[in-house]
Write a protein that binds this ligand. Structure first.
Ligand code: FAD
Length: 391
């Protein structure tokens, strides 16, 4: 049943959907999230929160909890894969906070997710609701779920991730390109490293055709995370999925030429998961009438700049700012304004991520880390400006 107060539906209780709901509720909107999962799973992955998304998390009231639970690295360290020579080091902690006004934290992905979930009341989220289709009328959107049930909302935010069915409904089935590469990742107890613990930095080890990123994900350094990228012949058979297992022996073999510190981490880890790395171009548009895309649904990117979730968080706050004070008749225009404000930046980062050169050598990260989605002036234009790709 449609309610008398305008209702904004959100598909997906991931990082982007939860953040959008929190930001909209703070502006007085009535929001409901529909999530396909029956409950949240603790996916074994780390996540870097650079100063730009940290400002969004601050605005949502998540920052104190994230500071309490996260690891704060000494530096962003980039090292040569076999010699271990430092090719670039970005000081973090007080240095980065002085530079950008927010910290750089490394967290367990599930802990970040839970910290955002905790600022959204339980009754806002409906689990076990898998969207199957949408039908847009002149003043509402009808949602049909996999079990045949329907709901009506005044506007829809599709934060349904990399396999977004709303994007497919809007733009046709997408055909991403397999990059020939796979990301292996896992978290495991730091105690398994024994006396040889990792450096207190976020370290990326750069090989000629592969790399590995390693860091702690908890404040008390009791859990370690790594994520790789490497060529893999049969990788095209791997899905983009958080639950697909990888072969830890094959992983160790693939990094056998790496520095002993890396090999020690790989030798200590009990199991791994893998995720196919696919490439996608920026979409022609992000909204259609009262339906709008957010996060990975509209700009999925390889994880090489650690900015995918950051962009979803920036999207969430800018979308809420564009909707602030807007009546339902203005939702479609507000969505186009959001797209006009977000697409140039998200597309630029999406395309730069694919190059996998970020921070390897001396790099000025101001344009990425210095952006503040909470206060950045917004253009009133609803026209998508030409997307310029800079390095
Ligand atoms: P998701 O987190 O994928 O959430 C989508 C939600 O929608 C899910 O809960 C899903 O169950 C739900 N859903 C999907 N379909 C339906 C449906 N039909 N009906 C109802 N619900 C549905 N980003 C960073 O900023 N920093 C990092 O360090 C970083 N590291 C990464 C490492 C790896 C290996 C990978 C793969 C990604 C990494 N990212 C990182 C990117 C980041 O994980 C994503 O960009 C981010 O999770 C996107 O959030 P989202 O809310 O758009 O989508």
């Amino acid at each position: 049943m449609k309610q008398s107060e305008p209702l904004i539906g959100v598909i997906g209780a991931g990082i982007g959907g939860l953040a959008a709901a929190a930001a909209l509720r703070a502006r007085g909107f009535n929001v409901r999230i529909f999530e396909q999962a029956q409950k949240f799973a603790r996916v074994g992955a780390g996540i870097q929160m650079t100063p730009n998304p940290m400002k969004v998390l601050r605005a949502l009231g998540v920052e104190p909890e994230l500071r309490r639970i996260s690891f704060e690295p000494v530096s962003g360290l980039n090292r040569d894969y076999d010699s271990g020579a430092v090719t670039n080091e970005l000081p973090l902690r007080t240095a980065i906070e002085a530079r950008y006004g927010a910290p750089y934290l490394c967290a367990h992905r599930a802990d970040l997710h839970m910290a955002i979930k905790n600022v959204v009341p339980d009754e806002v989220i409906s689990f076990g609701r898998k969207l199957a289709g949408i039908d847009q009328g002149p003043s509402s959107v009808t949602l049909t779920f996999a079990d045949g049930a329907t709901e009506q909302v005044d506007a829809l935010i599709a934060a349904d991730g990399v396999h977004s069915i709303v994007r497919d409904a809007m733009l046709g089935k997408e055909e991403p390109r397999f990059t020939g590469r796979v990301a292996y990742r896992t978290t495991f107890p730091a105690s398994l490293l024994g006396d040889k613990q990792i450096a207190p930095s976020r370290t990326k080890w750069w090989g000629p055709d592969r790399h590995i990123v390693i860091y702690y994900v908890t404040a008390n350094r009791d859990e370690v995370y790594f994520v790789t990228s490497q060529p893999e012949d049969a990788g095209w058979m791997t899905p983009e999925s958080w639950s697909t297992k990888g072969d830890v022996k094959a992983l160790r073999e693939a990094f056998s030429a790496f520095h002993p510190e890396v090999r020690h981490v790989l030798d200590s880890c009990p199991e791994v998961y893998k995720w196919a790395l696919l490439a996608r171009d920026p979409l022609p548009r992000w909204s259609e009438g009262r339906v709008v895309l957010l996060g990975d649904a509209c700009h999925p990117m390889p994880p090489y700049m650690a900015q995918g979730a950051a962009m979803a968080l920036e999207d969430a706050i800018v979308l809420a700012r564009c909707l602030d004070g807007v009546e339902p008749e203005g939702f479609a225009a507000a969505f186009r304004r959001y797209e006009a404000n977000r697409k140039p930046r998200a597309s630029q980062i999406q395309q730069n991520s694919g190059k996998n050169t970020w921070m390897q050598h001396n790099t000025n990260p101001d344009w990425v880390y210095g952006y503040d989605a909470v206060t950045a002036p917004l253009t009133d234009s609803t026209v998508d400006p030409a997307v310029k790709i800079a390095s």
